[in-house]
Ligand binder design. Structure first.
Ligand code: CAA
Length: 284
């Protein structure tokens, strides 16, 4: 099935990044959030990214203007989703919220519309179970920052059919990213591997083995990671990291996934990383 119009639900960092990538590839995009100020913040972030690309000479002004014109911001779910060929949800990481969204979409959209979730590790099968089209539900997991990161994990739920998989794969390739196929499992492939590594760095830090700067220096220079694990935790968001680890720990039941107590404490104190201005480092 050819995808022309895409609806992205949630105009936060991930949703806005996905909308930008799609619009740059020529898709007509509706970007929906529940409040006008969230929609505006998402569109402003996209404009800033495009302006930066223009000032660096990576995009011309006409192209940037055409990209932004392809994105229609709205708070109206029906208007955003009813005529979309593909809906990608990037709302908060909460199964009940995602199920509510999918139930509403199932009423609004024609039976052929594909529903995708950008969840960082929740069950696609469970989300699909509240719709009458579980074969047309798939995981499309983008990475932060979306404009830069090349990977998209494509996650098959228990009932996802081949046609849905191939349509989603074609979209990923059209936006210039590389898909990997992953069977449904907690944290999928990347977060299953990445988040325990970052968690271990937090244990190392909390045990006083090395300073935050030295842990990050060690992993950038000693393992060639682009940024250190504690800087990465701040970038991903400590609350998101904790959420992924709790999911791995709960579903896989092994002690190796236990979140570091310091991570819990920091999240409770509102130290969420870049988005709150404070995490392992401070941000102006
Ligand atoms: N939006 C758009 N572009 C961005 C950006 C953003 N948020 N952040 C950085 N960039 C661009 C910069 O503009 C710059 O572009 P040019 O090369 O055209 O100048 C380029 O990226 C490099 O940026 P910087 O030189 O400022 O910084 P850097 O060298 O440290 O690179 C980075 C930034 C690409 C983000 C790099 O630090 C990196 O790869 N970090 C690791 C990212 C990562 O692991 N992400 C996965 C997180 S896990 C996840 O997302 C899954 C989940 O479910 C939790």
């Amino acid at each position: 099935m050819e995808i022309r119009k895409v609806c992205v639900l949630g105009a936060g960092i991930m949703g806005a990044g996905i909308a930008q990538a799609l619009a740059e590839a020529g898709y007509s995009v509706s970007l929906r959030d529940i409040e006008d100020r969230f929609v505006r913040a998402g569109l402003d972030g996209i404009k800033k990214n495009l302006d930066r690309a223009v000032s660096k000479g990576k995009m011309d002004r006409n192209t940037a203007d055409a990209v932004i014109q392809r994105i229609k911001g709205t708070v109206d779910l029906k208007q955003a989703a009813a005529d979309a060929d593909l809906v990608i949800e990037a709302v908060i990481e909460n199964m009940d919220v995602k199920k509510t969204v999918f139930r509403e979409l199932d009423e609004l959209c024609p039976p052929q519309t594909i529903f995708a979730s950008n969840t960082s590790g929740l069950s696609i099968t469970e989300m699909a179970s509240v719709t009458r089209r579980p074969q047309k539900v798939i995981g499309m997991h983008f990475f932060n920052p979306v404009p830069v990161m090349k990977l998209v994990e494509l996650i098959r739920g228990f009932l996802t059919d081949d046609e849905t998989f191939e349509s989603a794969k074609a979209v990923v390739e059209a936006v210039g990213k590389i898909p990997v196929e992953v069977k449904e499992a907690p944290g999928f492939a990347v977060n299953r591997i990445l988040c325990p590594m970052v968690n271990e760095a937090i244990f190392v830090y909390s045990e006083g083995i090395a300073s935050a700067e030295d842990i990050d220096r060690a992993m950038t220079l000693g393992a060639n990671h682009p940024i250190g694990p504690l800087a990465l935790a701040d970038m991903v968001g400590l609350d998101t990291l904790l959420f992924v680890l709790e999911g791995l720990h709960r579903e896989l039941g092994e002690a190796k996934y236990r979140p570091a107590p310091l991570l819990r404490k920091m999240v409770r104190a509102g130290y969420l990383g870049r988005k709150s201005g404070k995490g392992f480092y401070e941000y102006a």
